[in-house]
Design a binder for this molecule. Structure first.
Ligand code: NAD
Length: 480
């Protein structure tokens, strides 16, 4: 069992906490690591270190293109350790090994993408009058906080830390208490890069302790948070107490809208992948299937056939689905399935599975629910498991109404060969990303990602994320 330490002000901190937080392998329930239970004081030390580093000369003096090179070096280190990181992510989160590899490759691309942007974060000039030069510079915001969820720790730490460092900020990460392993590995690589002390800090611990202390710290200048709506609201309130901006990515209840004129095989594959990826524990999971009524039977027959062929097992065996993260999350998923038995029909799955040799893992069959009303919790709330809820529509207007009928608005898939219909829907749907005849575009680190409505605000990924980490300053010079 590995015992980790926190990383504050360029040093690994031996923690006084004797017990720490136990980290388990979701595939079999085994204990795999212990992390320190970070306190308010630990967070305070980390934020103060980041504050001092931001104001110090060492970090400021590193040229923009050199910051980019640091991120390229980090990408290279990740690539060198690709197998080890993919396995670690698979063991820690329970995700199929190939998803672990996909996450490592995405992490590499994030550090390269944002590394390349380091010397392209430009301001502009504004014409005012003769003899007056007005220019706008984009400066780093200062100390940035990054609160990481358990479902995609490696990808999410990479996307937000890369964007923050490339723009010259300093960073304090609070990793997810359930899945800190790859975040620890990234921290080790960053330590080897010998950045000025305090530029990058990593505290571990519980959300209501270390997380809340970080979100509430008065020296933080920006908070990036991914997780649940409830926690997002408390993080947003904490940010407002200190009058600092936050970027909140709070999940969704994303629909796939399927018309009878779609390419059926490609659509089945897209719809199924979108809900089983990471065992449905994905903020942008395609959790609702909205299918044209006349096409329902044909389409569902194929979806069910595909579900029947899905394999389930421990992450490291690289089946289609792994376990649910932990008992709490598993009970939530099973509770929602129970509700579906009362309110509607289970078309497929719905049962807990025991995998021989991995009895300590929480496995559930991929599940399809039908016959629930739009105001049901099953239609409105995140299940965060491999559970697809089916609805039908008669025409495009009804599809639109259903798509927009939850409090969320993260992603929508539209499947049709009719380009006019697809663009019309894309223009009316309240979601941050629309995919037409695909779902996810292969990861899309270049594309702005974030929500409408309760899916949150602000954008991560793409060049748009650089706005989170820069602040505009206008300078007017009278020279004549
Ligand atoms: P959470 O929102 O409580 O935790 C996310 C992160 O926030 C973790 O690092 C946690 O330690 C931290 N945190 C918790 N309370 C905090 C607080 N008061 N202040 C600051 N930070 C705090 O999510 P969870 O309990 O791990 O999962 C619950 C549900 O959230 C899931 O069932 C799922 O629906 C949703 N979720 C969504 C995403 C997403 O990608 N949008 C990711 C994880 C979980």
């Amino acid at each position: 069992m590995q015992k980790f330490q926190m990383y504050i002000n360029g040093k690994w901190i031996r923690h006084t906490d004797a017990d720490g937080i136990v980290v388990r392998n979701p595939s079999n329930g085994d204990k795999i690591a212990v992390i320190p239970r970070g306190t308010r004081d630990d967070v305070d030390s980390a934020v103060k270190a980041a504050y001092t580093a931001f104001r110090g000369e060492s970090w400021r003096k590193i040229k923009a293109f050199e910051r980019g090179e640091i991120l390229f070096d980090l990408a290279d280190k990740i690539k060198t350790h690709r197998d080890e990181l993919a396995e670690l992510e698979s063991v820690d989160v329970g995700k199929p090994l190939s998803q672990g590899y996909a996450d490592v490759d995405a992490a590499i691309r994030y550090f390269r993408f944002y590394g390349g942007a380091a010397d392209k974060v430009m301001g502009n000039t504004i014409p005012i009058e003769d003899g007056l030069l007005d220019y706008v510079v984009r400066e780093p915001v200062g100390v940035t906080a990054h609160i990481i969820p358990w479902n995609y720790p490696l990808q999410i730490i990479s996307r937000s830390v890369a964007a923050a460092l490339t723009t010259g900020n300093t960073v304090v990460v609070k990793s997810a208490e359930d899945t800190p392993m790859t975040a620890m590995q990234i921290t080790k690589f960053i330590d080897e890069l010998q950045l000025p002390a305090g530029v990058f800090n990593h505290v571990t611990g519980y959300g209501h302790e270390a997380g809340a202390a970080l979100a509430n710290h008065p020296l933080i200048n920006h908070i990036t948070f991914t997780g649940s709506v409830v926690t997002g609201i408390s993080v947003g309130k904490a940010a407002m107490e200190n009058v600092v901006p936050s970027t909140l990515e709070l999940g969704g209840k994303s629909p796939n809208i399927v018309f009878a004129d779609c390419d059926i095989d490609r659509t089945v594959e897209g719809v199924v992948r979108s809900i089983v990826q990471n065992t449905g524990q994905t903020c942008s999971a395609g959790a609702r299937l909205l299918v044209e009524e006349s096409f329902k039977e044909t389409f569902l027959t194929k979806v069910i056939e595909r579900f029947r062929n899905l394999t389930i097992g421990p992450g490291i065996q690289d089946k289609d689905l792994g376990p649910i993260l932990n008992v709490k999350q598993f009970q939530h998923v099973m509770g929602m399935i129970e509700l579906a038995r009362k309110e509607g029909n289970i078309l497929f799955g719905g049962k807990q599975l025991t995998i021989k040799g991995f009895e300590g893992g929480n496995y559930v069959e991929p599940t399809i629910i039908d016959g629930v009303s739009m105001d049901s919790r099953l239609a409105q709330e995140e299940i965060f498991g491999p559970v697809l809820t089916v609805f039908t529509f008669k025409d495009t207007e009804e599809a639109l109404e259903l798509a927009n009928s939850t409090e969320y608005g993260l992603v929508t898939g539209i499947w049709t060969k009719n380009i006019n219909k697809a663009h019309y829907l894309a223009s009316r749907i309240e979601a941050g990303q629309i995919f037409i005849n695909n779902y996810g575009a292969g990861g899309g680190e270049q594309m702005p990602f974030g929500g409408y409505k309760k899916s949150g605000f602000g954008r991560e990924k793409g060049l748009a994320a650089l706005d989170n980490y820069t602040i505009l300053k206008n300078v007017a010079v009278k020279y004549r």
